[in-house]
Structures are given as C-alpha cells and as structure tokens.
Design a protein around this ligand. Structure first.
Ligand SMILES: CC(C)(COP(=O)(O)OP(=O)(O)OC[C@H]1O[C@@H](n2cnc3c(N)ncnc32)[C@H](O)[C@@H]1OP(=O)(O)O)[C@@H](O)C(=O)NCCC(=O)NCCS
Length: 213
C-alpha cells in the first residue's frame, strides 16, 4: 500500500524499465540522453540531448520538474540577434550557433531536487546533491551538496575519508541483485555514523571477493 501511494505521488511507472530504470510518463526525454541502471526520472522532468549529450549515471534520483539543458538550447549571444534563424532557413547550420558543446555528465548516486536546472556542459560528480530550485552553472564536486541560484556549495555529505572510501568502492557499478544482501545497511547509511558506512563498504568488498573466487 505504501509503495502504491509513493508511486502515485511521484508519477513513476510501476513497470520497471530495463536495468531497473523508471521514467515517469510525464517526463520528457529527447535526443542523445543516456540513463544508468536503476536511475529514476520523475514527472515534468525534461532533458534534451540536442547538440550535445546528457549522460546520467546509475542510481540517480531526478525529481519532478528538473530541467537538464544541452548545447542545442544555447542561442548565440555574439550575433546581431539571438533568434535561431536556422529554424526558418534550412541553409543555415544549427551547429553554427552552438557556443557550448560540452556534454552534461551527471555521475552516479546523484540526487537532483525538484525544479532544479542544470545548465549545458555542467559535470556533476558521483554522490552529489543538487538542492530544490537550484540553477547549476558550474561543475559540482563528488559528494558536494549545492543549492541556490546560482548553485553554491553548502557542504560535503561526509568527511573526506568516507567520501573517498565510498568513491573507491564504486558500489553503484553493481546490480541491485548484488547489493540486496546488504541493502538495509546501505539504506541506513550515516544514521548509524560514518563508522557504520565504512563497515558496510568492507562487507561489500568481502562479498565481491567471495563472488569472484
Ligand atoms: C539541498 C538540501 C539537500 C539541503 O539539505 P540540508 O543539508 O538538510 O540543508 P539545511 O536544511 O540544513 O539547510 C542548510 C542551508 O542551506 C539552505 N538551503 C537548503 N536548501 C536550499 C535550497 N534548495 N535552495 C537554497 N538554499 C537552500 C538553508 O536555507 C540553509 O541556509 P542557512 O545555513 O543560511 O540557514 C535540501 O534542502 C533540498 O533542497 N532537498 C531537495 C528536496 C527535493 O527536491 N525533493 C524532491 C523529491 S525527491
């Protein structure tokens, strides 16, 4: 019952997509966009990989109304007019007007809050958090929490050693099936203190070694 209410509220499809991705039917995803495994995209989120790509990693949470922009949504500020004349004149190349060609790259386990905007070419590191309503104009470091317009760093999610240990574990490369035996510990996270996180990472490493041998 709780699951049903959550899904009704978020508008995320009941039906799992390949590799556990879930995309709301109310989201708009166009062009060169890739989504990692288990990443979900909520209603009214928009991402258009036009002129440059949008790459989103594994286990990311994209809240309602998030907008991720690409090169095709940048008009030329240096020409006489910012109007995209290629729309009415097929002889003009769309690429001529593109100032920003860098792809948007969102790492793994990134939470993007409701109505946030990620500008073209921005890279967001693994484990980062983008606050509700933020406009992200610059790259975001791994595990950094940013918020505001323009987005500024609030703090890191964990101490540096713990951020480094989580990054080194690359847990997000594993399928949910592999994480499942430890999922309660992963989900509990820092509520039990950073020591508990390090212990869980140790157990994950042990499980990976056991599976490989
Ligand atoms: C960014 C966020 C994760 C920070 O959480 P937090 O670390 O608990 O932050 P706090 O509430 O302690 O706030 C810390 C400071 O940041 C400011 N702040 C927090 N969120 C902000 C936001 N979205 N925009 C601007 N400022 C924000 C607070 O006002 C506070 O400022 P102060 O120190 O000057 O008083 C959270 O506020 C947020 O935006 N979450 C997204 C929620 C969401 O979109 N959910 C969608 C459904 S998945």
């Amino acid at each position: 019952m709780r699951d049903l209410l959550v899904r009704l509220y978020t508008g995320i499809r009941l039906r799992a997509r390949p590799q556990g991705r879930r995309i709301s039917p109310l989201a708009t995803i166009r062009g060169d966009v890739s989504l990692g495994k288990c990443t979900y995209v909520s209603g009214y989120a928009e991402m258009r990989g036009i002129g440059s790509a949008v790459r989103i990693g594994n286990y990311c949470s994209v809240a309602r109304g998030v907008k991720i922009l690409s090169a095709g949504q940048v008009h030329d500020l240096d020409a006489i007019s910012t109007f995209p004349f290629y729309l009415i004149d097929p002889a003009l190349e769309r690429a001529d007007t593109m100032a920003q060609r860098r792809d948007v790259v969102i790492g793994n386990d990134v939470w993007i809050g409701v109505d946030a905007i990620v500008m073209p070419g921005v890279h967001v590191g693994d484990g980062a958090v983008i606050g509700a309503g933020a406009v992200v104009t610059r790259d975001v470091e791994p595990f950094q929490i940013v918020a505001g317009v323009p987005a500024k760093a609030l703090r890191k999610r964990f101490s540096e050693p713990v951020c480094a240990a989580i990054a080194a574990s690359k847990w997000w490369e594993r399928d949910y099936r592999e994480l499942k035996p430890l999922i309660r510990r992963i989900h509990a996270g820092g509520r039990d203190g950073e020591q508990a996180i390090l212990e869980t990472l140790g157990l994950l490493a042990g499980a990976a070694q056991a599976a490989a041998s």
